[in-house]
Design a protein around this ligand. Structure first.
Ligand code: NAI
Length: 214
């Protein structure tokens, strides 16, 4: 990529992608930034600014071609290619993610599951068999795995991330509440569901504060 795009812009792209997918599925061929702005409840100028980071995508007086925009955003997000992923830690959270089959519609293919609890070895999640963690390295190499989902206890995550970096994993989707130290060729995305919940709590407070002031 020639120019560094801000993470704030990147974090808005999946939402554009979702809305454009829905418009495309409804057979909509073109849309103006004004119309897109009304549907998505963001300003038209925000949309234009965001898209200008990638050369604009639009034609004056024409609006955006939905199919084209959808394809371009999917290329920017790298989801025009398939990603093979493994889940490490098949407890409550790992199991819930493994059972959520919709990731595959975005090109994320669930190939393997690993745990350190021998009682879980051999159990099936759909087509995938839970394996011992000792087999991770070989599995990653033989199956072209690029993403590892980390749903293990926090005190286990640092060591596991080091192991994964050594065996050539490209990215870690980290749910353990710990900041991982990995080489720069390994991308990490931390997910904290409680952040979202705290934001919700803030908005409850803000609403009540504004309401009581009136
Ligand atoms: P859990 O106890 O149900 O599952 C953890 C699993 O990891 C167990 O099956 C255990 O045998 C396995 N495990 C432990 N050490 C391992 C290792 N070294 N290698 C492979 N497997 C190992 O726990 P739960 O509720 O599924 O949570 C998992 C992790 O996700 C915890 O760190 C928790 O704090 C975190 N979490 C994060 C959330 C978030 O929003 N980021 C939300 C919920 C949980």
């Amino acid at each position: 990529m020639s120019k560094e795009i801000s993470q704030a812009v990147i974090s808005r792209l999946p939402r554009y992608f979702r809305y454009l997918g829905e418009l495309r599925d409804r057979g909509v061929e073109r849309i103006s930034s004004q119309e897109l702005s009304e549907i998505m409840k963001v300003t038209a100028s925000q949309i234009r600014q965001d898209f200008n980071n990638f050369g604009g995508f639009g034609q004056q007086g024409y609006g955006y071609n939905v199919e084209y925009l959808y394809d371009e955003i999917s290329k920017i997000l790298g989801i025009d290619k398939k990603h093979q992923l493994i889940i490490i830690g098949t407890g409550n959270l790992g199991m819930a993610l493994a059972r959520y089959t919709n990731f595959s519609t975005r090109g994320f293919v669930f190939k393997g599951a690993f745990d350190s609890n021998p009682e879980l070895y051999g159990r099936k999640i759909g087509e995938v068999t839970i394996r011992p963690v000792e087999e991770i390295e070989e599995f990653v190499k033989n199956n072209n795995i690029d993403i590892a989902v980390l749903t293990i206890p926090k005190d286990q995550a640092t060591l596991m991330a080091e192991r994964l970096a050594k065996c050539g994993i490209k990215a870690i989707w980290n749910f353990a509440h710990v900041d991982l130290e990995v080489p720069e060729n390994v991308q990490v995305e931390n997910v904290h569901l409680s952040d979202s919940l705290m934001k919700l709590s803030y908005n409850i407070n803000r609403y009540e504060h504004m309401h009581n002031k009136k």
